[in-house]
Design a protein. Structure first.
Length: 225
């Protein structure tokens, strides 16, 4: 994101100096690819939703030929051509069935350290999840946002399965939902609550801003809408 731009570029410079190929993605590179590509430490941009694009791109990069025709025509890629001009290819179609995406590979990071620090500063543990993509409203920002204006939801069953695993593996105290918008589909929320109760996956929500009123059990989330 834009507030992280300076730090991200510093990390990119370290990676570039170590001989790595540097690929940027996320909201800021999606909206402002030229800001990154015109920096000599950045090689490529994956814009908009990047899961499928990145997998395809990595397969090509492993062949050791960065500017193959495959990359030049790949959806969801931005790069500098041989003349140093910024080229932004059309975005890849959005992923419609979010249940097809694998869950975050939290096992690849040291979750204990993360949870310990959070507990030390806040008195409880909290983990973030994402249940939706896209924002259907008309703000200028969302016209070029990563997930666009096509609002999509995971199934309540998928979300509950993830929450239950977080409760069992990490014994979390609270849950933080980090989507662009929440609460649009009341019926979906009520179904999430029903499935959570059935699967014994009820956990406190942690609001994105300080408000004890929103710190309510999942099954009571309707009361805060």
């Amino acid at each position: 994101m834009k507030p992280n731009r300076e730090t991200a570029i510093n990390l990119a410079e370290m990676a570039h100096n170590a001989g790595a190929t540097v690929i940027f993605g996320g909201p800021d590179p999606t909206s402002n690819p030229e800001v990154y590509l015109l920096n000599p430490v950045v090689d490529l941009i994956v814009h908009h939703e990047g899961e499928l694009t990145l997998v395809e791109l990595l397969d090509i990069l492993l062949e050791q030929e960065r500017y193959q025709p495959k990359i030049k025509t790949m959806e969801g890629i931005a790069y500098l051509d041989e003349l140093g001009e910024v080229v932004v290819n059309p975005r890849r179609p959005y992923i419609l069935n979010l249940d097809e995406l694998p869950l975050p590979a939290r096992d690849l990071i040291n979750m204990k350290n993360y949870l310990d620090v959070w507990r030390e500063h806040h008195g409880y543990t909290s983990v973030t999840i994402s249940v939706a993509r896209g924002c259907p409203y008309g703000c200028k920002w969302c016209e070029s946002a990563v997930h666009g204006q096509d609002f999509r939801l995971r199934s309540p069953e998928s979300v509950v399965a993830e929450v239950k695993s977080l409760m069992e593996i990490y014994e979390i105290d609270r849950l933080r939902v980090v989507d662009d918008v929440d609460g649009i589909d009341r019926q979906w929320i009520e179904e999430w609550a029903r499935v959570a109760e059935t699967e014994e996956a009820v956990v406190l929500f942690e609001p994105l801003y300080e408000s004890k009123r929103l710190d309510v059990p999942l099954l009571d989330i309707r009361d805060s809408l």
